[in-house]
Design a protein. Structure first.
Length: 189
């Protein structure tokens, strides 16, 4: 029984030109509604094919990634959704979305959440998500079609609980991270 954390494929979403911070709310909404544009690499297909139970975030890019893999979903759970970016109510300066994404995520990591889930709240959600995946692993290999930041937070929780990483979580599209259960559990003492 393993837990596979897979990041979705590349979304069919064009970043556009320069935008003010305030326009990033609309940009993020469009990104959240986008489907996946590319096909999974062979390695991703091979790893995903080992899954006995498949769960996903409700966001379309996660679910359409599974469609591209030709896999059927067993459950959808918002617990696995990506962490939202905080939005700043600024009409200036106009910057490329990639720069805003970096700046807003950095601000979030440093404690600014605005009206979205804080870093501490996201960590608590990741702890719940890891517990759910561990429980599901009793059914066999579990595949989560998820997102970059949340997958990394879940991976950290799995490691805290003694799960061993065969391959660590990455931020690349279609990346897969594989975790094996602890060899010695608390019950073996």
């Amino acid at each position: 029984m393993t837990i596979i954390l897979m990041r979705h494929g590349k979304p069919d979403h064009h970043s556009g030109g320069r935008l003010p911070a305030l326009a990033m709310a609309e940009w993020c909404e469009a990104y959240d509604m986008s489907l996946v544009a590319d096909m999974p690499p062979d390695r991703c297909r091979e790893v995903a094919a080992t899954a006995n139970y498949i769960v996903a975030s409700p966001l379309p890019r996660a679910r359409s990634s599974l469609e591209k893999l030709g896999l059927e979903l067993d459950a959808v759970d918002p617990l696995f959704s990506e962490v939202s970016l905080p939005i700043m109510r600024l009409g200036y300066p106009n910057l490329p979305p990639s720069l805003w994404l970096f700046a807003l995520r950095l601000m979030w990591l440093c404690g600014y959440a605005g009206s979205v889930e804080s870093y501490q709240q996201a960590e608590q959600r990741a702890e719940q998500a890891a517990a759910k995946l561990i429980a599901l692993s009793a059914r066999g290999n579990v595949l989560l079609a998820g997102h970059g930041i949340m997958n990394k937070l879940i991976a950290r929780q799995l490691r805290k609980q003694g799960w061993m990483a065969e391959k660590h979580a990455s931020s690349r599209y279609w990346s897969t991270a594989i975790y094996h259960p602890p060899i010695i559990t608390g019950d073996d003492k």
